[in-house]
Design a protein around this ligand. Structure first.
Ligand code: GLU
Length: 479
């Protein structure tokens, strides 16, 4: 009988901090698409055992944002570590009973002093092992006296801990550099290491895919698996995210929070596409991926070891590509909140035409308001702006007046960009004048800007009445 291959189960295990770091979004995405690619499962676990970092509503925010990106998890309900404290205690006790962990009664002061001394002696500053070999008697007395303690894992002092990382290959750590890490804190809560190993085991996680910053923790985890007699999962550590100058990606929340990218007008599908390409590439020229095509193309083997540069220009480019793909209606709806924030009232029908004038140009939704403001209120501008090349003010005013006269002939129901363009071009050609002599001042009068969509497009959207009004005003200020 053929052997059934083991089930692939990946997981995303964030500590809820109140916002989602772009690096964490990448971890979530890679785990999700890796699982789906392999007909496996994607689990979510909330690692909330650090009570000092607790933020109200952080967990809800996390679930909401993952769902927003369609990174839907398969374990329902999700695993929440703060609900499993008894279990971690039980396992810590098991390690004590088997002499693989020990009570440590050292006070904060003693630890601080001993660290300072070793720092001065240029020795490794990890725990000095004072409580590693307490007698049963001493332990009993300390516990009896109600002294506060933590539980530490007894690291082997010799040998190597080795494993194969799917991205980095063979990795090897010298056990003597490993600290007797705390696995249970004095408040009875587990540390990340203990909880993570127990949960990955209990959830039957087959692959742990996480950021490179967790690589130094991995030997500790492997030794814990060994201590429990469990088989460790397969590990894959993702390359660091770097600023363009190759320093580690800034940790300032405003620069890395996924929520802020969305607020600033990046589309979720563009952001996800961008993040996919941070450290992975398909080996082809394809750059645009939706979630389904990501799943089809993805493989852990194509992830780079080298850090991935977070290039905002590329994100802008991708976002622009996705903006172009929207229908005018979709784009208008997406832009509406930005107008509302700027205090501009919009109705969808009109807004569709307005946003369409900038759809081929904007890179972020947030740019839409300043790019199209002049549709909402007649612009103020320097009269000099109306003047094209060698024309003077008088000639410009004359041309604008002639244009206004032509435009007046166009009836309300014929007022479309195409029709206006055909009529006005016919008129200018008939006059044997340069196009710029008319179209520059017309465009400037309608938009109040050096650069904007073309005059016919603007006129079409502004409507007959407002177009004529703006031309009148321009003629007026030229006097
Ligand atoms: N809670 C850890 C984090 O916030 C998870 C690390 C891991 O995936 O093991 O990144």
């Amino acid at each position: 009988m053929p052997v059934k291959p083991p089930k692939i189960i990946a997981r995303f295990a964030p500590s809820p901090t109140g916002f989602l770091h772009v690096g964490s979004l990448r971890t979530a995405l890679y785990n999700y698409i890796f699982a789906k690619k392999n007909n496996g499962l994607f689990y979510l676990r909330v690692e909330d055992t650090d009570q000092s970092r607790k933020v109200e509503g952080a967990k809800e925010n996390l679930l909401k944002i993952l769902a927003f990106f369609n990174l839907n998890w398969d374990n329902k309900p999700i695993m929440i570590q703060s609900e499993r404290l008894d279990l971690y205690k039980k396992y810590a006790q098991q390690l004590i009973d088997e002499n693989k962990a020990y009570y440590c009664f050292c006070s904060e002061e003693r630890l601080g002093e001993s660290k300072a001394i070793r720092q001065r002696q240029k020795l490794p500053t990890g725990y000095d092992g004072q409580c590693r070999n307490l007698s049963a008697e001493e332990i009993k007395n300390n516990l009896g006296a109600g002294r506060s303690y933590v539980i530490r894992f007894k690291m082997p002092k010799t040998g190597l801990t080795e494993f194969i990382d799917l991205i980095r290959g063979q990795v090897s750590f010298d056990n003597k550099i490993l600290d007797d890490q705390i696995i249970l804190k004095s408040n009875g809560w587990p540390t990340y290491h203990l909880a993570s190993v127990i949960d990955d085991h209990e959830m039957e996680i087959s692959h742990v895919i996480r950021g490179e910053d967790w690589l130094p923790s991995t030997p500790k985890h492997i030794l814990l698996y060994q201590a429990f007699g469990w088989e460790p999962p397969i590990f894959a550590h993702l390359p660091l995210l770097l600023n363009p100058d190759h320093s580690k990606l800034s940790k300032r929340q405003g620069d890395v929070a996924v929520e802020d990218f969305l607020k600033n007008g990046y589309l979720p599908e563009a952001l996800l596409n961008f993040i996919l390409l941070l450290g992975w590439n398909p080996g082809t020229n394809q750059e645009i991926f939706d979630l389904q095509s990501m799943i089809e193309a993805f493989s852990l083997e194509k992830i780079n070891k080298a850090g991935a540069v977070f290039d905002l220009n590329k994100l802008d480019w991708l976002n622009g590509e996705y903006i172009r793909k929207k229908s005018a209606e979709e784009l208008a709806k997406l832009c509406q909140p930005y107008y509302a924030e700027a205090g501009l009232k919009t109705d969808l029908k009109n807004l569709k035409a307005i946003v369409a004038t900038e759809q081929s140009r904007i890179k972020k939704l947030s740019e839409i308001v300043s790019a199209t403001e002049f549709f909402f209120k007649a612009p103020d501008y320097d009269p000099q702006l109306l003047i094209w090349k060698k024309l003077n003010a008088k000639e410009t005013a004359k041309n604008l007046a002639a244009l206004a006269e032509e435009l007046e002939k166009i009836k309300e129901k014929e007022w479309t960009e195409k029709f206006i363009e055909a009529e006005i071009k016919k008129f200018i050609e008939g006059n044997k004048q340069g196009m710029g002599d008319y179209l520059w001042p017309m465009r400037a009068a309608l938009s109040g800007r050096k650069a904007s969509p073309g005059p016919f497009e603007i006129a079409g959207v502004l409507g007959r009445e407002e177009t004529l009004k703006r031309l009148e005003k321009a003629i007026e200020i030229l006097k």
